[in-house]
Design a protein around this ligand. Sequence first.
Ligand SMILES: [Zn+2]
Length: 280
Amino acid sequence: METERIIAYFLCMLLVLASRSGVILPCALQDDELCEVSEAETELITEPETTEPTETEPETADETEPEPTEAETVGETEEYVEEVTEPETEPISYVVGTSSAGYPIERVDGITYVGGVLIANKSYSLPSWYNVGGLTPETEAAFSELSSAAELEGLSIYCISGFRSYQTQNSVYWNYVSADGAELADTYSARPGHSEHQTGLALDVNSLYTSFGDTAEGKWLAEHCHEYGFIIRYPADKVDITGYMYEPWHIRYVGKYIAGQIKAQGICLEEYLGITSCYE
Ligand SMILES: [Zn+2]
């Protein structure tokens, strides 16, 4: 019995020591603790990980949202600035003076109006971008009336050259210069920007020979074109004022009132408006 008690005591002591040293019972506890710790650790790890992106997501969302709008507005302003240089936006208009006939000389986006009449001559040029793409609708309608009226008289008046762009006039003028020299070319061909054909309000009819003025069509045109709002733009007796040789074939639309005034007074457009026509 004594030895049994000693063995039992010894075993108890062993169990106590073993439990304290964590060999037996804490093994299960350690697993739990490890699991708990590992769970807690993963929670701690994953929590900041998940919170960090959720915190940064809205931040980046907030950052990225304004960024495109800023970029958009920058893009918009850039486009707007580009449009400012183009004639589509509000025209920049200012009066540069008064003509000798008392009409205001207005500049609208580089285009000159004298008393409201668009002018292109040797003194006033059109910007290279000014391109109406053809005769203006009112010019075309008026010329259609004119040619129909002539037809009733048994006369055929037809357009041989209407609208000319700045670029076309550029090549036309320089071809003449290379053939005849600048001094002579300037008497019959406009420098680019100075051609009335660029306005879409002027056209050449039938023939580019001075003799056209002596034909039945030429005579009828000189006598009646004002009734349709046209003038013979470069009359024979106004060469020094218009700056161009006599062109019985070149008519310009100015509207019936002004055309009537010019016809009645026997003057040219420069005289009517009180402006010059000479290169600087
Ligand atoms: Zn012409």
